[in-house]
Design a protein around this ligand. Sequence first.
Ligand code: CTP
Length: 400
Amino acid sequence: MLAGKHILLGVTGGIAAYKTTFLVRLLIRQGAQVKVIMTSSAKDFVSPLTLSTLSQHPVYSDFVDEADGTLQWNNHVELAKWADLFLIAPLTSNTLAKMVSGACDNLLLAAYMSSSCKVFVAPAMDLDMYAHPATHENLSVLESRGVDVIPATSGFLASGLEGEGRMAEPESIVEQLIDRLQAEAPLYQKKVLINAGPTRESLDPVRFMSNHSTGTMGYELALRAYELGADVTLISGPVRPLALPEGINRIYINTAAEMYDQVMAHFSAVDIFIASAAVADYTFEETHPHKLKKGKEALALNLIRTKDILAGLVPIKKNQVVVGFALESDNDPSKALSKMKAKGLDAIVYNTLSDSGAGFGPDTNKVTLYQKDGSHSDFPLQSKHQLSKALWSDFIAQWF
Ligand code: CTP
């Protein structure tokens, strides 16, 4: 959930500020990018240099920085807009009260007031401050405005007292961020199956028959589904190494028969299956155990049909959504529409090699999504990364 996310970490002046060094490391380990804003009193508890080194970004603190005699204005609006998520940890009672009142006397508060992303706070105070009715009321006000509170925990406090007020441990903060983001994600608890890439049919131990599919479109769709909170299984043909988060269950196959078996093994448990793979329609009648030697004459090889995976799902499909892909070499959407009907699909993504920038090779694509109710939506030429976002927005609006 945090991979690729821009996290703005606001650090205020409490002893728990030293724990933000671990917090930054944990967030970065999750694949997030982190920028830190500190109040001036936070700098008494943890060094900006430490947080800057760990976050690999400058640490922001004042509206204006003086570097080498030149003055530099730190743009709080830009920082707030950069953030996908704003986490204020530790949150002191002073900053809490200012957030409630709208006071804005430092860069952190100015960024908070300018933010439109999800805000999380992890309060840390001494026993009686945390128990004070003003603190409870202020936290409730923030919650009523949509701020997510990661409650303080119980234990030894820096004052020597024991009780509630300790900032949640960095591991627990990260876990809670992930859990809460997941619960709000549009594909939370949805199971998504995607197949991608080409298949390979072997003639002998040296040669095979395949196609030009790179798998990029299917991989991008899998990544986006994962970012939207889905439980994703990707069945991948042999493609050049493409990185994906570890949370995606990736299964490699080679042949069309293996692809068929894997889809059949996973299909019944999923809410949606997206068939973006370029599955071979034919395989060799015979796969030779040894390398075939050339002869003087032409060589005729017998090809036999593979099983059509999508057609095979028709009798077992329940309330699931099945989306196919159709790549044609000419511009003839009627072929895609016939495939949608013949394979009992809910929708089909049509693209044609006659559009430049579309199809297997490039990192871009231009497609039309046809629905079984006769409606369609056009997606102009764009990167496959952007297109996967646009397609998922459409899928979510229709089916989830
Ligand atoms: N497909 C499948 N099983 C196969 C072949 C294709 O499930 N054995 C799926 C593809 O993953 C795609 C859709 O069917 O989602 C359309 O694939 P395409 O190759 O365009 O069409 P075919 O039905 O194979 O017809 P043709 O190759 O004749 O165009």
